[in-house]
Design a protein around this ligand. Structure first.
Ligand code: HEM
Length: 439
């Protein structure tokens, strides 16, 4: 493992694949300070995240690095703090909020189409940068009832810079150790990115406080500010949840959509089926919340893309006490690694490297989203709080973009290289063209 550190940092996905190919699905690494166990069985993963979740905390290097940016928000906190916050925030994610999510997503999708049209006719644009910005706008509107577009560019860069530092610390024991406290260039970059995030979130709160937060306001920011007014949360906790949701809520969805478009561009027969459904349900008009239940194949495309490119490609925990996973002893303090990337491409799936949304249409028990090896949103009590939001956003953004257009890769473009950061991103962006279908 120690010898493997440069390889992990260079290409963590290939490194994970090599480890299970060479050592099997439960791999214990004899690290000097912390025992590490890679768990690559669905039963083992669900044991850690679900069945025996009480024995597993988020006190890991990865979540420790993330908490330098998010503080003790929902993603990184544990125990009583996490339970209290999850209870407070949950109402902002109820289904009643989904029509607002739908409206904001379709509006952001229409703006995206316009951005594509501003390029030369049918010319490719960097889909990654454009979608990243669009999903940030959706988070701003749906969670904070705020227009983040003025701060958009600065916010995207601050999040990017902060997450690059998080990643450096999460994959390198040296960067995460005592050396991380030295006044290095990396530490300075982290501080400056966090200061920008602090400023932007303080501005969001100040703008909202200038208006009255009404009792019936159900968006997340209103929920948080009421909790602060009732002294159930401190101002610092409000800040931590805002930063957590900006980070958790836009890059994940954007990453998944970018890979969905990439997969579609390489699969004309899947595109054809998708267009048949979009034509039948929408007949060229803009989609809305009411259309989501009819867009069954569109949803299967999203599910399948989440299988092949799970934005949260690794989930970590630390064992609070000794345990046994699939017959392997787990000492107290073990860093347990579960990788949706590995599980989603494992032998639990027929022909796992094939992009085939059909697996998710009327899935039999054990198949599609009923396959226990499918964990794009995690499992157990720490299951993603934004899952339903993310699925509605993904289905409606795809439907908005592709209702009368098809997606193409520029001729001769090389296949994208995957950069495994906090989410999976295409190295150097992803140029794609949207071409009118009936042209
Ligand atoms: C395709 C999009 C998304 C993916 C793949 C995704 C994935 C995940 C995963 C795997 C976890 C569990 C992490 C763990 O167990 O350690 C998680 C948790 C979380 N996600 Fe998402 N997520 C997505 C979208 C969103 C959105 C849209 C939001 C908010 C608007 C969000 C907010 C959160 C939060 C706050 C948590 C922590 C929940 C808790 O522990 O109580 N996510 N997400």
């Amino acid at each position: 493992m120690i010898r493997g550190v440069p390889a992990i940092m260079r290409d963590p996905l290939s490194w994970l694949e090599r480890v299970v190919a060479e050592h099997g699905n439960l791999v214990a690494f004899p690290m000097p300070s912390t025992p590490v166990l890679l768990v690559n069985t669905a039963a083992g993963a669900r044991h850690v995240l679900q069945r025996n979740h009480r024995n597993y905390t988020k006190a890991t290097i990865q979540y420790g690095a993330l908490s330098l940016v998010t503080g003790s928000g929902l993603l990184t906190s544990d125990g009583e703090v996490w339970r209290r916050h999850r209870r407070t925030l949950q109402p902002a994610f109820h289904h009643g909020g989904l029509d607002q999510v739908a409206l904001s997503t379709v509006a952001a999708g229409e703006d995206l189409r316009a951005a594509w049209d501003q390029a030369l006719p049918y010319a490719p644009i960097d889909a990654e940068a454009a979608i990243m910005r669009a999903m940030l706008t959706v988070v701003g509107k749906t969670l904070f009832a705020d227009d983040l577009s003025s701060a958009g560019e600065e916010l995207v860069h601050a999040v990017d810079r902060a997450l690059q530092q998080v990643m450096a610390r999460a994959t390198s024991p040296l960067a995460a150790g005592p050396l991380s406290r030295l006044p290095t260039l990396s530490a300075r970059r982290m501080r400056s990115a966090v200061a920008t995030l602090d400023q932007i979130t303080a501005d969001i709160v100040a703008r909202r406080r200038e208006q009255e937060v009404k009792a019936q306001d159900a968006d997340l920011l209103a929920v948080l500010l009421r909790a602060a007014d009732d002294r159930q949360m401190t101002e610092r906790e409000v800040r931590d949840e805002l930063v957590t949701l900006v980070i958790a809520g836009h890059e994940t969805v954007a990453s998944s959509l970018v890979w969905t478009l990439h997969l579609l561009a390489g699969a004309p027969e899947v595109q054809e089926r998708l267009y048949a459904e979009l034509d039948q349900v929408l007949d060229g008009r803009s989609p809305g919340w009411k259309d989501v239940p009819q867009l069954v194949y569109t949803r299967a495309v999203v599910d399948e893309a989440l299988r092949m490119y799970p934005p949260a490609w690794v989930i970590t925990r630390r064992s609070a006490g000794p345990d046994t996973i699939d017959g392997v002893d787990v000492p107290e303090g073990t860093l347990v690694i579960v990788s949706p990337w590995l599980l989603h491409r494992s032998a639990a799936w027929p022909d796992p490297q094939r992009f085939d949304p059909e697996r998710f249409v009327d899935a039999e028990p054990g198949q599609g989203d009923r396959n226990p090896a499918y964990l794009p949103f995690g499992a157990g009590p720490r299951l993603c709080i934004g899952r339903d939001f993310a699925l509605v956003e993904s289905v409606l953004l795809l439907a908005t973009l592709l209702r009368d257009r098809s997606v193409r890769r520029p001729a001769g473009s090389p296949p994208p290289v995957i950069k495994a950061l906090v989410t999976l991103r295409p190295k150097n962006g992803l140029p794609l063209a949207l071409v009118p279908r009936r042209a």
